[in-house]
Design a protein around this ligand. Structure first.
Ligand code: ASP
Ligand code: MG
Length: 419
């Protein structure tokens, strides 16, 4: 069996959905399971609904209507005739969402979040499977909540592998096209759970693992995994092959292509993961599998912008040692500041961090009581895996280098743009 994952961007409008059909025509669809995300930015839009719900905003209803309108337009573009049964089916799903919002009594934000956002995937897969049938490809729509069982840790649920394995290997039909939802699961009481934002890749990994699939393919709007983000690097090139380990390393340093959670189950069974273009589905794309780290051996660039470089030194020239460091890290954790690089010497300690929630001023006040704190805002952290002198030069040119750290395979450079 092969597992295909189509993300939100690939099904953001009627053309996208028609393109899924074209892709299947080209690469075959017998013995395939499609894992599909919510259409376009629907998950974000549903997050707005949840916010309006909890704030008791007067905009609650209009925020739901907007999502309805968006899907309805896609239906009109795909099926034209409003007589088609899919219109009533999707309407019923929205009615169910509205019923939930009107009758829910749970004050648990995370629980409500999962019950509401799940409609994005439930609706997208409903539309997609109706469309495939409409085009003459017989499909089974599978409710993923009957297959992926999790604990009740809403918004970041953990998979119960044993039950999930049994349900999937026993009940997923073979020799046909199946369509199911990414991102969702169900707890013991059959309430909907989610696996964390962008969790659909992980869903594909779970199915592949439990089905002993031949491969997973993630269909994207790029030709595959590149050695750099083409938005920031002129000569970004396609990587043909990456090892699981290298893919995990790249993700660790911030490459957003493949989530490490997705790779773990695949690595265990050595199931190859392909990243391919949904525009040119017959091109080879990138294969992540056991084998050589990287082919071709290009340096890989990962960029993190809007970082904060903080240097702490002791006020009394004492060393910064285990005790201080563990206290400092405790504070970073408490203030939800993510540490991306560490460098320390006898009396000073530097970290490059990401302060997503704007908590640094508060933390700074605490740190300043014990340390001399210096910091530069708005710096950029470059990571180069498999660096070369030339690669380093590309990054350093026309920038002020604030810090540089080199290990065997990896060079990290913190820079400030020269203004
Ligand atoms: N729709 C979900 C999200 O946007 C899951 C996914 O796309 O992977 O986070
Ligand atoms: Mg999405």
């Amino acid at each position: 069996m092969r597992v295909f994952k189509f993300g939100g961007a690939s099904v953001k409008d009627a053309d996208g959905i028609k393109n899924v059909y074209d892709v299947l025509q080209k690469v075959g669809y017998e013995d395939v399971i499609l894992v599909v995300s919510a259409m376009g930015k629907t998950t974000n839009a549903l997050e707005v609904v949840i916010k309006n719900y909890f704030e008791k905003s007067t905009e609650l209803n209009s925020s739901v209507q907007e999502i309805k309108k968006y899907h309805n337009q896609i239906l009109l573009d795909l099926f034209e005739e409003e007589k088609h049964e899919v219109f009533a089916a999707v309407n019923a799903q929205f009615a169910e969402l509205e019923y939930f919002l009107a009758h829910n009594k749970s004050p648990n934000y995370n629980f409500v979040y999962d019950q509401v956002v799940s409609f994005g995937e439930l609706i997208s897969t409903n539309i997609l499977s109706h469309f495939m049938n409409f085009m003459g490809i017989q499909t089974s729509w599978l409710d993923v909540r009957n297959f992926i069982k999790t604990n009740a840790n809403y918004r970041d649920a953990e998979v119960d592998w044993e039950t999930t394995q049994q349900l999937i290997s026993k009940n997923v039909p073979r020799k046909q096209l199946n369509i199911t939802q990414g991102f969702l699961g169900a707890d013991e009481n059959n309430f909907t759970t989610t696996l964390g934002r962008e969790g659909s890749d992980y869903t594909a990994g779970i199915f592949a693992y439990c089905l002993n699939a031949e491969s997973v393919t993630i269909w994207k709007d790029v030709p595959g995994v590149m050695n750099a983000d083409p938005r920031y690097f002129e000569n970004a090139s396609l990587l043909n092959q990456i090892s699981y380990r290298e893919a995990i390393e790249l993700a660790f340093y911030g490459a957003t292509v493949i989530h490490p959670k997705t790779l773990q189950p695949l690595q265990k069974k050595e199931i190859p993961l392909y990243v391919k273009s949904f525009v040119n589905p017959l091109l080879k794309g990138t294969c992540v599998s056991k084998g050589v780290d990287l082919e071709p051996q290009y340096p890989c660039f990962i960029v993190k912008r809007e970082q904060l470089l903080i240097s702490l030194s002791s006020i009394d020239f004492s060393f910064i040692m285990e005790e201080n460091i563990s206290e400092i890290f405790g504070l970073f954790h408490e203030f939800k500041i993510k540490v991306n690089l560490i460098q320390n010497s006898a009396i000073s300690f530097s970290v490059c961090v990401e302060d997503k929630f704007g908590n640094f001023p508060e933390l700074n006040a605490i740190l300043s009581k014990k340390f001399k704190v210096e910091y530069s805002e708005n710096v950029t952290l470059y990571t180069i895996r498999h660096f070369t002198e030339e690669a380093a030069h590309t990054v350093e040119a026309n920038k002020e280098v604030l810090l540089k750290q080199v290990s065997r395979e990896t060079m990290q450079i913190v820079t400030k743009e020269l203004s």
